[in-house]
Write a protein that binds this ligand. Structure first.
Ligand code: PEP
Ligand code: MN
Length: 343
């Protein structure tokens, strides 16, 4: 449930509410808005003590949240949330362009791709060091060596970095190198991993599972939020369908669907959704038009030699053209891709 504080509630009253909620055996999650503060209360709502919440000084209203996800819900925050990855703002009109190779393969490839995507206007660099491959014989990623390369190249070009973490036991290691933790589609319901990432202060990029509903995605986000990490960005990356001419089926309606139900930013990954460079630019444009808070694409300087997902990688010049179109489109919609010079 949600305790809506009066606009004039004092700092002491808010602190008193937080303390009282804790004393009654619930967990408070505070959201300080521009005009008023609200306190999300997580715990057993059938407890009789919940009836006393309305009597705490400074509380204006007690609202039950009907949705199974609470902290992720629109009820918890009417205002869209923004998530900062380093200095890069995602949400509230500020768009992310997350780009890079599928996997970190070598310093040389990472450096070449990093240079190109930076020049094109990417603001976050990606690259997997731990790869969830369908085949155990396929390239599994460079591990910690890959994390170091990614961090070094990110620093060289002034971009924060995002990389996938596949196992709760890897979280301590990955947070030492990454500015954002990616939870991949295959791990969207790895609840121990969600909880472990939720205990960190590092923003989380949570990808929709390949057969997950929008509600499942928001429930998974709730796991991270409930542990205290408020910085979750959702990703629509396509779901399995009967269509076999694309890798997955991009569910673009997930963008406004999520926005109606949640305050969290959502971005779109047309690379994994379509698996086809000829479709990726159009789906990126459609994503921005649909209200996404950014786009995520894979880029490689030599896709034919890539160790994973080569066939879906954009070439550097394709990325450059795409960014030109997306910038114009974003501008027309009163939004912009975050860039260091403007901030
Ligand atoms: C990836 O981003 O390289 C990846 C494996 O994505 P997904 O989890 O969406 O398949
Ligand atoms: Mn990939």
């Amino acid at each position: 449930m949600i305790l809506v504080m009066r606009p004039e509630a004092s700092h002491e009253q808010i602190e008193h509410v937080i303390k009282t909620v804790e004393e009654l055996g619930f967990t408070p999650h505070v959201s300080r808005g521009e005009t008023r503060t609200i306190v999300g209360v997580i715990g057993d709502e059938t407890k009789p003590q919940t009836q006393n919440f309305a009597a705490i000084p400074g509380v204006e209203q007690v609202l039950a949240i009907q949705k199974p996800f609470k902290l992720a819900s629109r009820e918890f925050s009417k205002q869209d949330s923004a998530v900062y990855v380093g200095k890069v703002k995602i949400g509230q009109g500020s768009l992310a362009m997350i780009a890079g190779p599928c996997a970190v393969e070598s310093y040389e490839v990472m450096d070449a791709v990093g240079k190109y995507v930076k020049a094109g206007g990417a603001n976050i660099l990606r690259g997997g060091a731990f790869k969830p491959r369908t085949s155990p014989y396929a390239f599994q990623g460079m591990g910690e060596d890959g994390l170091k390369i990614l961090r070094d190249v990110g620093q060289k070009y002034g971009m924060p970095v995002v990389t996938e973490v596949m196992d709760p036991r890897q979280v301590d290691l990955v947070v030492r190198y990454a500015d954002m933790l990616q939870i991949g589609a295959r791990n969207m319901q790895n609840f121990d991993l969600l909880k472990e990432c939720g205990k960190t202060k590092t923003p989380v990029l949570l990808k929709r599972g390949m057969s997950a509903t929008v509600k499942d995605l928001l429930m998974s986000a709730e796991y991270v939020l409930a542990e205290g990490n408020k910085d979750v960005v959702l990703v629509e990356r396509g779901v399995r369908s009967f269509e076999d001419s694309t890798r997955n089926m991009l569910d673009l309606s997930a963008v406004p669907n999520v926005k109606g139900q949640s305050h969290l930013p959502i971005i779109v990954d047309p690379s994994h959704a379509t698996g086809r460079p000829d479709l990726i630019p159009a789906m990126c444009r459609a994503s921005v038009a649909a209200g996404a808070d950014g786009v995520h694409v894979e880029v490689h300087n030599c896709p034919e030699k890539a160790l994973s997902d080569g066939p879906q990688a954009l070439l550097p010049h394709q990325f450059l053209d795409l960014m030109g179109d997306l910038r114009r489109l974003a501008g027309a919609l009163d939004r912009q891709f975050w860039a260091p010079s403007e901030n």
